[in-house]
Design a protein around this ligand. Structure first.
Ligand code: TYD
Ligand code: MG
Length: 463
């Protein structure tokens, strides 16, 4: 066997270098390469049986003699991927319609966001359906996992829990068992004794992923890898694995409201625009109801306006709340929650210039109810309407909704996905949409009429 080599590995991009450098030559980040080298064992060569599916980028494992290039005619396809629908609506949606058999999915997110919870719920459903699941946990003891399972009512006997930090041990169990599904929770907590570096380093994390994927592809095991991401993203995290796996899902959310958003950032079997919305409850994660983003629709209040925004390919009706109050500070406050502060500044400058609304002696607070972060420019008009409603102290009926992007000269332009937005608004009883002249929608939206406004001056008139 070849001698292990000294390597310096960048914690940001995973690049390996024979010499230390202050700035990573690959990704250009500073101070991401540790001063201490690590020993990397020389790669073993082994043969991978059969043809791998889905173009998994196995870095090693092929022997040249067994590889023959093929023409498209000679390549067999498996037709549609067979999928397993878990019945957890939002989870299936994000995956593009259920779990693809034999796929490798990476679920990343900050500690405590709910990765173990969702994967245990999914494991339990798979187990109930008669599939053997091996739950490899390097973070928690079997009793901790059982506690959670009891809370989730997910104690099927088809789940086998293996609490180990040693990947070789886990692999030998997969090798001898008849598991159809395997979970590694988390890739940072298990390590291989073939490498001298500590668990959680880039080399270990990549090695674990390669090893697991090799056996998963060989034995047609569907694999879930859980990856921790810290707030500053410093630890060798799921980033370095993204290009290896088939699907990458990230969990994000608002801890205080219990809102969790599962976002697909890569999906070889579906669209990456999908998001799943969950609510963390005492019985685990529940597929969220669209109504969680609006408070009490029937009581109009000054500064409260609803608007349909897009998150990926889905629209949600959200409530924009603005409060404009006399300032007691030298510099008036502008505070936003769930919306970009600089965009609010811009909208206020436009209101100031074109509508004669002087906000310099007022504090302005803007809140998106429900904990969603709105990045959709289609919400601009609703934000302007909410500010105007609060300045004038006049409530706006919840039957009205506002939709449009506001430009720097105060003109209002149209937005994308109008049909999906309007049908969402219609569901909540909106009867009038105030928006750009060019809002076009199909006849399926029966109960919503459009009030066209060309610019902010016309918006004030219409209010
Ligand atoms: P967990 O899945 O352990 O997070 P991760 O694996 O991403 O680190 O979930 C952690 C949080 O979720 C924890 O703070 C407790 C909370 N929780 C509930 O509120 N209800 C539940 O039913 C469960 C299982 C967890
Ligand atoms: Mg966990």
């Amino acid at each position: 066997m070849a001698k292990p080599k000294q390597r310096y590995i960048c914690s940001s991009c995973g690049g390996e270098f024979p010499k230390w450098a202050g700035k990573c030559p690959d990704c250009g980040e500073w101070n991401t390469i540790p001063q201490e080298p690590i020993m990397v064992a020389a790669k073993k060569s082994s043969t991978m049986a059969g043809n791998s599916m889905g173009g998994i980028g196995m870095g090693n494992g092929y022997t040249i003699s067994t590889l023959v290039p093929k023409k498209f005619d000679e390549i067999e396809t498996r037709g549609e991927f067979s999928r397993f629908m878990t019945g957890i609506r939002e989870f299936d949606t994000v995956l593009g319609g259920g779990i693809v058999q034999g796929s490798v999915t990476l679920i990343g997110g900050e500690p405590g966001i709910g990765k173990s919870t969702i994967i245990l719920m999914v494991s339990s459903i798979l187990a109930e359906a008669g599939h053997g699941v091996l739950y490899i946990s390097g973070e928690e003891s079997p009793s901790q996992i059982k506690n959670r399972a009891e809370r989730l009512n997910a104690t099927s006997n088809n789940i086998s829990v293996l609490a180990t930090m040693d990947i070789e041990q886990a692999i030998s169990h997969l090798e001898s068992g008849t598991y159809r599904y395997a979970v590694v929770d988390s890739v940072q907590s298990v390590s291989s004794s073939n490498l001298t570096s500590a668990a959680g380093t880039v080399t270990q994390v990549k090695h674990i992923a390669y090893q697991m994927m090799e056996i998963a592809k060989r034995k047609n095991i569907t694999l879930f890898l859980i990856g921790q991401v810290t707030k500053d993203g410093a630890v060798a995290g799921p980033k370095v694995l993204e290009h290896l796996v088939d699907t990458v899902l990230y969990f994000e959310g608002d801890y205080n409201r219990g809102l969790r958003i599962l976002r697909a950032v890569k999906n070889r079997f579906g669209s990456t625009d999908e998001v799943g919305v969950f609510e963390m409850s005492s019985q685990g994660l529940k597929s969220a109801d669209a109504s969680m983003f609006v408070s009490n629709l029937n009581t109009p209040m000054p500064g409260k306006v609803i608007t349909p925004v897009m998150e990926g390919t889905r629209s949600f009706l959200v409530e924009v709340q603005a409060l404009v109050s006399t300032t007691y500070y030298q510099y008036p406050k502008r505070t936003t929650v769930g919306f970009e502060a600089r965009r609010l500044d811009m909208l206020m400058a436009v209101l100031d210039k074109y509508c004669n609304i002087n906000l310099s002696s007022y504090d302005v607070y803007l809140n998106i109810a429900g904990g969603l972060r709105v990045n959709d420019p289609g919400a601009d008009l609703a934000i302007c309407a909410a500010i105007l409603s609060s300045v004038k102290d006049k409530p706006i009926s919840s039957q009205y909704s506002f939709l449009g992007e506001v430009g720097l000269s105060g003109e209002i332009s149209s937005v994308t996905n109008i049909n999906s937005r309007l049908s969402e608004a219609e569901k909540f009883g909106v009867t009038s949409i105030v928006g750009s002249e060019r809002l076009e929608f199909t006849k399926s939206i029966k109960h919503v009429s459009i009030k066209y406004v060309r610019n902010l001056v016309q918006l004030i008139d219409s209010l």
